[in-house]
Design a protein around this ligand. Structure first.
Ligand code: FAD
Length: 464
């Protein structure tokens, strides 16, 4: 048995970042992880493998759609699926081993196994109880179940995101249930690889919560890429059928019943916090009505000395939000002032084009009764986007009507996931749209579109 200053439960982006920061601040730290490899959902079955498949399938799409237009001639590129899965696995392994290296470098113990919290200050792993001054729960999340649907990733017919990242072969057809980020990213992958993809969504718009104009444009672009959408549809069940499965749904507008057949059905209806087996009930750690661990402003649970972060607590289920909380809670435990600005957490969808957003949408600002101005600039007016044959989207900047302070930004277009950070930094500094408009941006870059949207909040954009 060892005694620690901090035991972190879970080695996802929340847990491993928390452990590293705590070790850097001089604490003796261990991380309990039950998975075979470090990195949690994100590195093993989430952000990283999905981005590897998005990257490879995007390049394939480019060869088929745009190469000839650019004068790049040659044999039609085909897919070796097993090799692509191998590339994905190597990408994952490179990253998970990287975390092992960082643990060694920072003298963090990896306690292999599943943790049970026996009491504040006591964590049991296997037969050993470890003592610690503080505990951070970073146990993450798992895919939510959908009533009437049984997922079997091994069978590879009705799968969740984990199964969809490792299908035995590229299906000819796929139904994706849920038009959120994960469903659309993975749906895009298989559409580019040749599958006929239909997305069935309960709500009347894709990517719930996003800016309305972005939602519409995004659906239009994805439709042009071959994805089909059935919106306002409540899935009532999925049954195995010959050569795949049958998805039954009811259209909410008129209660009519329909069904769709597909070789593979991906259930992507969200994720739920994972706290099973930790013993929280017996400890009296309070949960919200949706099963998240309740925390105060310093990430402490209802039990002193036990903290919680990441997907296990309320807020956006994003790796970088978990990381920020990991750093902040480590600082709080070390006696410093950890801080997370929840108003400036970007969200990115890594399709082509990418979609990125931060802060208030036009709809949410208006619902709050705020007086706003909107500066919009289309990538059609951006030379670099045109050269890249990706001029379909736009940048939309939301600023306060009186003070000009930036309240939010929504981008659909090339490099959106990188460009959004300029706006995040500006928002962190409390910048006005005019501050961005007055900042010289290199030409030709897609970032110029952000400046143009800022100019559009004032006297007007130039290239429209
Ligand atoms: P997790 O990463 O879920 O890690 C928790 C870890 O805790 C797990 O490894 C688990 O084994 C371990 N654990 C749980 N209980 C115990 C226990 N009792 N004992 C020991 N170990 C335990 N987010 C983004 O920001 N960008 C993206 O591009 C993105 N893409 C995604 C794509 C997919 C397909 C999926 C599924 C998710 C994606 N996410 C993305 C979400 C992101 O993965 C999560 O928000 C993030 O992993 C949450 O981090 P976490 O540290 O809270 O938990």
């Amino acid at each position: 048995m060892s005694t620690y200053d901090l035991i972190v439960i879970g080695a996802g982006p929340g847990g491993y970042v928390c452990a590293i920061r705590a070790a850097q601040l001089g604490l003796k730290v261990a991380v309990v992880e039950g998975r075979e490899t470090l990195g949690g959902t994100c590195l093993n079955v989430g952000c990283i493998p999905s981005k590897a498949l998005l990257h490879a399938s995007h390049l394939l799409h480019e060869t088929h759609e745009n190469f000839e237009k650019m004068g790049l001639m040659g044999a039609h590129v085909t897919v070796d699926w097993q090799k692509m899965l191998g590339y994905k696995a190597e990408t994952v392994a490179g990253n998970t081993k990287g975390i092992e290296f960082l643990f060694k470098k920072n003298k963090i113990d990896w306690l292999k196994g599943w943790a049970v919290i026996e009491a504040a200050g006591k964590v049991k792993v296997g037969d050993t109880t470890h003592e610690t001054k503080n505990i951070v729960i970073a146990s993450g999340s798992v895919p939510s179940a959908l009533k009437g649907v049984t997922v079997d990733n091994d069978a590879g017919v009705v799968v969740d995101s984990t199964g969809a990242l490792a299908l035995p072969k590229i299906p000819k057809s796929m139904v994706v249930i849920g038009a959120g980020v994960i469903g659309l990213e993975l749906g895009s992958v298989y559409a580019r690889l040749g599958a006929e993809v239909t997305v069935v969504e309960y709500l009347d718009a894709i990517t719930p919560g996003m800016d309305g104009e972005v939602q519409k444009q995004f659906q239009k672009i994805l439709s042009k890429q071959g994805l089909k959408f059935v919106l306002g549809a409540a899935v009532s069940g999925v049954e195995e059928a010959q050569g795949g499965a049958k998805v039954a749904y009811t259209l909410r507008k008129d209660d009519s019943q329909h069904s769709l057949d597909a070789e593979v059905v991906l259930v992507a209806t969200g994720r739920r916090p994972y706290v099973e087996g930790l013993g929280l009930d017996a400890l009296g750690v309070a949960l919200t009505d949706r099963g998240f661990v309740k925390i105060d402003d310093h990430w402490q649970t209802s039990v002193k000395g036990i903290y919680a972060i990441g997907d296990a607590v309320p807020g956006p289920m994003l790796a970088h939000k978990a990381e920020d909380e990991g750093m902040a809670v480590a600082e709080v435990i070390a006696g410093k002032h950890g801080h997370v600005n929840y108003a400036v957490i970007p969200g990115v969808i890594y399709t082509t084009p990418e979609v990125a957003s931060v802060g208030l949408t036009e709809e949410s600002a208006k619902a709050d009764g705020r007086k706003i101005k909107v500066g919009k600039f289309p990538f059609m007016g951006n030379a670099r986007a045109k050269a890249m044959m990706q001029a379909d989207g736009f940048v939309k900047l939301i600023a306060d009507a009186q003070t000009d302070r930036i309240l939010g930004c929504h981008i659909i277009g090339p490099n959106a996931g990188e460009m959004i950070h300029e706006v995040c930094v500006a928002m962190e500094f409390g910048a006005a749209a005019q501050d961005l408009a007055l900042t010289c941006h290199a030409h030709p870059t897609t970032s110029e579109a952000v400046r143009e949207a800022a100019l559009a909040c004032g006297d007007g954009a130039i290239h429209v």
